[in-house]
Design a protein around this ligand. Structure first.
Ligand code: BG6
Length: 494
């Protein structure tokens, strides 16, 4: 059934996220008949727009960024539900107009709507806006009023904790939706189905059978205009603290008893709490940072990170990070989790690899040994969406020779239905009041705790070898060394 009537206030309504992701996602939900019968979207921003101009601007975003760029036949119908409100979010008085809109809509709908505040604004504005919103009467309604906060959620453990305290002093935890858009990706959600809806894999999903695990989230893009944000963030904060640790949790968590939001989140927090604290003096053995220099990317010349606009010419900020984690619990003791991410890498690919231990005994003729490979399970999150299991097969012919082959499940081939975009899934969940795929306060803080020693060590010891990788490669050589020391190498799909 469709969600209850809803009013969306998008603060940062004239910004990039609204244009690229939120409006295309809401429109796709509308096309798929998932929007409530009665809904209204109010974009709030500082730029002056007439309603007409605003809608034209949003339509342009659909043309450019929607997965269904050309399906605009219902745009007019959809955009009747949109209006623009020019407002200075620092002005106390301005918030009254929000209450007024809610009252008017409630009358019009003849029903009590869910009121959703989506904060698609610069992180430094979040505390102030939350304070203002928290004082509105409508926000006291714990069941119907929700606040959505984008990442980055804090800058370190301390600031994340303060932000949590502030939000929780204004809202009930059940009203707060902290977004990590990776959790909305189909292939990420499928990890739970794969692991816990099948009896086949779970018995071998542990230290007895798994040798090590790799998570690669490589990007072929650079800063995409977010220079000043990135200069304050770096790869560890931008990707590891959130997306990569979330993927790690999905792979490492224990089986949930139910699909209850808190049950799933408890199991993930258990993983984060079990991740071994890296001692300060050991950071260089566990973590590698990199920064790209000038070079070429797909035939295009690109400048080095330090030459980017708005970036300090001696910037110590990392655009690449690789870390080896251990999860100290019964299931994972001794199994390394290698993770890496970076900008301007060889290609865009997010994959998770579970490398199994070799078969315990080799019984084949010596000539077969060359191609003898341990089993491997690869979950491709994007852009390929598949799961493959590598196993040994007998090569056709008179000799007993082996060759590794892949058994592949591919989303696009298996299902005719299209995969919704992460933001479509997450926005629908917010309207339905389902927080399973959102970050709880303790989860965010636990993730910060995991990376704090690395952040601190890197801050205290400026990098001496930056830039240390060229665009279009797989990052710095030290990242290869990190994993090679343990006798492994990073795995990419052919
Ligand atoms: C964002 C990061 O959270 O995720 C970006 O801030 C990054 O720097 C992006 O490019 C990657 O998302 P996706 O969905 O393209 O893998």
């Amino acid at each position: 059934s469709k969600p209850e009537p809803a009013i969306f206030f998008i603060l940062g309504g004239s910004g990039d996220l609204t244009y690229r992701k939120l409006i295309p996602a809401l429109y796709n939900l509308f096309l798929d008949d998932w929007m409530p019968e009665q809904f209204h979207i109010i974009g709030i921003g500082r730029t002056a727009y007439s309603n007409e101009k605003y809608k034209a601007h949003l339509l342009e975003g659909i043309h450019k960024f929607s997965r269904r760029k050309n399906h605009i036949e219902h745009w007019n119908e959809f955009s009747e539900h949109i209006e623009y409100l020019k407002m200075d979010v620092e002005d106390d008085q301005a918030y009254q107009s929000i209450s007024k809109i809610v009252q008017d809509k409630e009358k019009l709908f003849g029903a009590h709507p869910n009121v959703i505040f989506y904060l698609a604004v610069a992180p430094q504005l979040v505390p102030d806006i939350a304070k203002h919103l928290g004082q509105l009467n409508i926000c006291a309604d714990q069941k119907c009023c929700r606040i959505v906060v984008e990442k980055p959620f804090g800058h370190d453990l301390q600031s994340a904790h303060e932000l949590n305290q502030l939000l929780q002093s204004m809202f009930d935890e059940s009203q707060i939706y902290r977004i990590d858009h990776y959790l909305g990706k189909e292939t990420v959600q499928n990890i739970l189905a794969f692991r816990f809806a099948n009896a086949l894999f779970e018995p071998i999903w542990n230290r007895n059978y798994i040798d090590h695990i790799q998570i690669t989230a490589a990007e072929s893009v650079g800063l995409e205009g977010r220079n000043s944000y990135y200069e304050k963030a770096g790869a560890l904060r931008d990707m590891v603290q959130n997306h990569i640790l979330q993927l790690l949790c999905m792979i490492a968590m224990e089986a949930p008893v139910s699909f209850d939001a808190n049950e799933i989140r408890n199991k993930k927090v258990d993983v984060l709490n079990a991740i071994r604290k890296i001692r300060k003096e050991e950071v260089q053995d566990y973590a590698v940072r990199g920064q790209y220099g000038p070079g070429w990317m797909k035939g295009q010349k690109v400048v080095g990170y330090r030459q980017e606009k708005g970036v300090n010419p001696e910037s110590p900020v990392e655009t690449f990070a690789a870390v080896k984690f251990y999860v100290d619990n019964w299931r994972w003791q001794g199994v390394p989790f290698y993770v890496r991410t970076g900008k301007y890498l060889h290609e865009k690919t997010t994959i998770i690899v579970l490398q199994f231990r070799p078969a315990p005994h080799y019984a084949f003729p010596p000539e077969a040994a060359e191609t003898w490979r341990p089993n491997r399970l690869t979950i491709s999150i994007q852009p390929n969406m598949d799961i493959r299991i590598r196993f040994q097969a007998k090569r056709p012919g008179q000799k007993m020779t082996l060759s590794p082959v892949d058994m592949v499940f591919n989303y696009e081939e298996a299902y005719e239905d299209h995969s919704p975009e992460a933001y479509e899934t997450l926005l629908l969940d917010i309207m339905e009041g389902d927080a399973t795929l959102f970050m709880r306060a303790d989860q965010v803080e636990a993730a910060w705790r995991v990376i704090t020693p690395i952040l601190e060590a890197w801050q205290n010891r400026p990098p001496v070898d930056f830039p240390n990788y060229a665009p279009g490669t797989w990052g710095p050589e030290d990242a290869e060394a990190l994993i090679a020391r343990d006798g492994h190498n990073w795995i990419t799909l052919p």
